[in-house]
Design a protein around this ligand. Structure first.
Ligand SMILES: [Zn+2]
Length: 569
């Protein structure tokens, strides 16, 4: 589980406390009827989940950091469990692993970011005004005398008829872009955002900073600089400064040379100074960027900067097993369950403890997927489609194991029906609901709603869709490539625990245990709610695996076009 996501848990506390509404969007068409009632599906044993969590979060696992002895032990444990469950190797090469080559890049400023207009220059202060890096797997990356353009939100979104670039060639240039997706006011109500564009207040992928760098690279920009603004970003510049720590990435065959030489953020104040040097007003150009007619504005400046990289490579692994379907035609299609096995390893001691055990994050998800596999092995009649149980690496380093899988899938993505991701289970007992980040994105939510109703439970939407949590967990790498993906979280309304107690537990998790050495198995855990959730995931996966059709994205979803294209081939 990544930092940004933990805030969601606390947000839920507030929602529950104020009795917040749990409005449910209307179900899309094609909601399936249950073939086997949920109650008749095999039952998960909470004791077995707890045993796996204890084993995976033991001190001997050394916090499960990729590339360490902890990885060796984790892979050995999960592989042994897969074999014991009678699952086949998930890799067609006959093994239970997929190798994931990673690179760690520590960047430093070699030459400061300097803008020039004639003889006038503006130099930005490293870390305080600019945070930049290079993903090039090379000792140095630089821009020199690169023309600077303001490219609005840096978005090309065909489904909204929006293209900030128009026919401007930005190859070799430095583009300055705004964070979030275009914040276009609703013509009928200017105090709100237009619901027809970029999903209104909710953030689409076009708003995520990672998208800005990807789109800039696709357009051939030499550098992409995002203007940081706390509100639209969803976090302060201090969070951006965390990017100066060692960054990890996949090693693409081109050594990431197709990415822009320099990616980075500048502060709002720095942007205003920069625009002023170019004789432009930042606020005025920002306003212009809210129009479909916007086209990039040259600032009449050049930018220069150099970054020095220190590199190290790490060979890590995804761990994967397969349960083959019964139908000769449909068994080539897969329902994927994913959970990241990695955690933070050994680090700075807190109260004398330096092992970051990661019991909830995410030994608990791996444990749950193992027990889901046990149940799906037992269910009769056997599912028609196959299941893949995928324990991914390097989530904590930026969703890298799942990204690697999505770019190098072991089975075609066009034949991958869905991904159901489990990242941190609920250890505090039963809930009346289950939370879904990105609720309404695909028909998977309809499957989940139907199953939840059989348990007398409801779905709760993400209370902060503007923060883009959907794009911050492993399932997203499947979504990004077009595969419908489900990201369920703990419910918010507990049935048999006092609200004060729950609130104290969540606060303890958020402020003390999350990403700390004290994320360990606790004596007061009650996995009954986590088991309820696991039964839902079993029902959803099984029903998808026997359905006549593959689940679909909802109309207007930003990943639908990619899915439609791959399925029409
Ligand atoms: Zn985490």
């Amino acid at each position: 589980m990544r930092t940004s996501r933990a805030a969601l848990v606390l947000a839920f506390v507030g929602l529950a406390a104020c009795g917040g509404g749990t409005s449910t969007p209307p179900a899309t068409a094609n909601a399936p009827a249950p073939q086997i009632p949920l109650a008749q599906l095999p039952q998960v044993d909470p004791a077995k989940i707890l045993d796996h969590i204890k084993a995976l979060s033991a001190d001997s696992m050394e916090g499960r950091a990729p590339g360490t002895a902890g990885e060796e032990k984790t892979v050995a444990y999960v592989e042994a469990q897969f074999k014991q469950l009678g699952l086949q190797p998930g890799n067609p090469d006959g093994t239970y692993v997929q190798k994931v080559p990673l690179v760690g890049i520590s960047g430093a400023q070699a030459k400061p970011l300097t803008f020039a207009k004639g003889t006038r220059t503006l130099q930005l202060a490293w870390k305080n005004e600019v945070v930049a890096w290079s993903k090039h797997v090379a000792p140095e990356a630089a821009i020199a005398g690169s023309d600077v353009l303001f490219a609005g939100y840096g978005v090309e979104a065909p489904e909204y008829g929006w293209n900030d670039f128009k026919d401007t060639d930005v190859k070799g240039k430095t583009i300055v872009v705004l964070v979030n997706d275009p914040q276009v006011p609703d013509p009928a109500n200017p105090s709100a955002l237009d619901p027809k564009l970029f999903n209104g207040k909710a953030m689409t992928y076009y708003g995520r900073w990672t998208y800005k760098f990807e789109e800039g690279a696709r357009k051939g920009a030499a550098a992409v600089l995002i203007v940081h603004e706390t509100g639209p970003a969803g976090y302060g510049f201090n969070v951006v400064q965390g990017n100066l720590n060692e960054k990890f990435d996949l090693v693409a065959p081109d050594k990431n040379m197709s990415k822009s030489s320099i990616e980075g953020w500048i502060t709002l104040d720095a942007a205003k100074k920069l625009f002023a040097l170019g004789g432009q007003d930042f606020d005025a150009l920002k306003k212009q960027a809210l129009s479909r007619d916007f086209k990039p504005v040259p600032l009449g400046l050049t930018a220069s900067m150099a970054i020095k990289n220190t590199l190290r490579t790490i060979d890590s692994r995804n761990i994967v097993a397969k349960l083959e379907g019964s139908d000769p035609a449909l068994k080539d299609e897969y329902v994927v369950y994913s959970a990241h096995w990695d955690h933070l390893g050994v680090g700075d001691p807190v109260n004398g403890d330096k092992i970051y055990n990661g019991a909830l994050d995410n030994a608990s998800g791996v444990a749950t997927v193992l027990e889901i596999a046990r149940a799906l092995k037992q269910v009769q009649p056997q599912a028609k489609r196959s299941f893949l149980f995928l324990m991914v690496t390097a989530e904590e380093k930026g969703l890298l194991g799942s990204e690697y899988y999505s770019l190098n899938p072991l089975y075609p993505l066009a034949k991958t029906a869905a991904d159901i991701n489990v990242d941190v289970i609920n250890p505090w007992g039963r809930t009346k609901d289950i939370s879904v980040v990105g609720l309404g994105a695909s028909e998977l939510d309809d499957y989940l709603r139907t199953a939840a109703q059989e348990q007398g439970r409801t779905l709760t939407p993400d209370p902060e869709p503007e923060k883009g949590f959907y794009y911050r967990s492993d399932h997203f790498n499947f979504a990004k490539q077009g595969v419908p993906a489900l990201d369920p979280d703990a419910g918010v309304t507990f049935t048999d625990k006092p609200a004060d107690w729950i609130k104290a537990k969540k606060t303890e998790w958020e402020e003390k245990d999350y990403h700390g050495p004290s994320d360990q198995v606790k004596p007061d855990w009650d996995l009954a709610g986590a088991v309820d959730d696991a039964q839902l995931f079993i029902a959803v996966g099984y029903r998808v695996a026997i359905a006549a059709e593959l689940p679909k994205w909802s109309a207007g979803n930003e990943f639908k076009a990619k899915r439609d294209a791959m399925l029409s081939k």
